[in-house]
Design a protein around this ligand. Sequence first.
Ligand SMILES: Nc1ncnc2c1ncn2[C@@H]1O[C@H](COP(=O)(O)OP(=O)(O)OP(=O)(O)O)[C@@H](O)[C@H]1O
Length: 251
Amino acid sequence: MDKIKFDTKSLDLFYGDFQALKSINIKICENEVTAFIGPSGCGKSTFLRCLNRMNDLIDSVKMKGEIIFDDKDINGDIDVINLRTRVGMVFQKPNPFPMSIYENIAYGPKCQGLKDKTQLDTLVKESLTKAALWEEVKDRLNKSALGLSGGQQQRLCIARTIAMNPEVILMDEPTSALDPIATAKIEDLMSSLKKDYTIIIVTHSMQQAGRISDKTAFFLMGEIVEFDETPKIFTNPNDKRTEDYITGRFG
Ligand SMILES: Nc1ncnc2c1ncn2[C@@H]1O[C@H](COP(=O)(O)OP(=O)(O)OP(=O)(O)O)[C@@H](O)[C@H]1O
């Protein structure tokens, strides 16, 4: 039986009076890639941000329902910094810090108190290796991260997330700013990372969801219409609205 990492129960979210999420019930399994698809504005990113409480930063947001992470409701009295360490996030646009490649990785662990140079060196190498970037940057670790290509910057951001030793990695359209070759590298990376992490990705590319995810949730106007094994969603969905979307009849 697969272990459930996130279990949301009747989750509603409002921006002021506008209800952006309606009774979201979903169980997300450990060590799988779960994709969220759906037309623009249907609530995919809003829901993703719920999973590490990034919506806390928006004043108008109100939520009802539960988000159980392992065995705790993350909307209860928890340490949010610790949650965001356990549930890391990679954004649409690569956003490396304006510092060296090495420091981009070492910065977070240093802030958490890791001082030993040998341990930091090892962590930097391991994180870059896991993010499939080590070979490309090992001779320029002290150069600025801003000199990397967009695809390399995005893998650096993934390495930076990995260095914090998360359990879950949330990715909000991580390849939408990248060319097809860089996209393919990130997709390969996701498949290799899922043995160590639970990965949840928002994507506008149905081909991408089909290639990399184990399960797919189809969102529409703040609801999850259908959530199932990815091949089932793409070949034999239960709901007519899912079928219309994946066959390009709307959205
Ligand atoms: N900070 C905000 N304040 C008010 N409304 C918001 C805010 N962020 C998102 N919304 C609204 O909530 C709804 C869901 O937005 P969200 O960004 O989650 O959709 P999405 O499915 O990720 O869209 P896209 O695919 O275009 O990124 C939209 O109607 C959007 O306008």
